[in-house]
Design a protein around this ligand. Structure first.
Ligand SMILES: [Zn+2]
Ligand SMILES: [Zn+2]
Length: 246
């Protein structure tokens, strides 16, 4: 039986996961990271607006032409204004010009190239105006998930997301859900920012928000009724004991 290619996962693949090399949970994480990177990119761009990040170095009265740009160099480096000309190549050693660390777009573009070559060599990916490489990779994710390098893509996205969170000081929040898991019945369902699925922390089942809403609608009234019955019975018992003791 083959197992998930993500090193720190390695769980056996289910029948429907065999066409690709990763389990549902890891595929879901990759999809969530790509979505998060688009949101992080917006936050990072906001941080480059003069005066929005840390102490401004320019003077209000100094005039634009002469005041130094109060942009954060680390954010600028990570966003990579010259990204399209400094391609990283996940296949090889073409990273000589990437000494300052990979930028979001250079890394994502390189993986888009690798994906296009995996689907139909020697195709090159192209981007519609206004779209991002994260959106491109999300659209072609079913192919990327079946590529032999999916573990490397997973790790690089993990790295990009951690770097972005470090710069924007954002950590996704986890919120426990009220209804028990439909698979294992444990109260382990959690919803996490930017993740497309609600996940069970006990059995790792995944639910879309719609599936959860339907499930909660189905089980919660029964749970409330049971809770009310238990409360009523406890109260009855308490009164009986009280009556007996007086
Ligand atoms: Zn996995
Ligand atoms: Zn579960």
């Amino acid at each position: 039986m083959s197992s998930c290619s993500i090193v720190r996962c390695g769980r056996p693949l289910l029948a429907h996961e065999h066409r690709r090399r990763v389990c549902d949970r890891c595929a879901n994480r990759v999809r969530g990271w790509l979505r998060e990177l688009d949101l992080q990119r917006i936050l990072l761009r906001v941080m480059l607006v003069p005066g929005s990040s840390g102490p401004a170095t320019g003077s209000v009265h100094g005039g634009r032409a002469h005041s130094p740009m109060p942009a954060r160099g680390d954010v600028l480096n990570f966003l990579g204004p010259g990204a399209s000309s400094t391609l990283a190549d996940p296949y090889g050693d073409a990273r000589g010009d990437q000494d300052a660390g990979a930028t979001i777009d250079a890394t994502l573009h390189a993986w888009a190239r690798a994906t296009a070559e995996h689907i139909h060599p020697p195709d090159r990916p192209w981007l519609r105006p206004g779209r991002t490489w994260s959106a491109w990779l999300t659209a072609y994710l079913p192919w990327a998930l079946s590529a032999p390098w999916i573990g490397d893509l997973h790790d690089e996205l993990d790295d990009l997301v951690q770097q972005a969170r470090g710069l924007t000081r954002t950590e996704p929040r986890r919120r426990p859900k009220d209804a028990p898991c439909p698979s294992c019945q444990a109260f382990g369902l959690v919803e996490e920012d930017w993740q497309p699925y609600i996940e069970c922390t006990v059995c790792e089942a995944l639910l879309t928000p719609d599936e959860y809403a339907r499930h909660a609608q189905d089980v919660m009234p029964r749970l409330y009724r049971t809770a009310l019955l238990i409360a009523a019975r406890t109260e009855k018992q308490r009164r009986k004991e009280q009556a007996e003791s007086t």
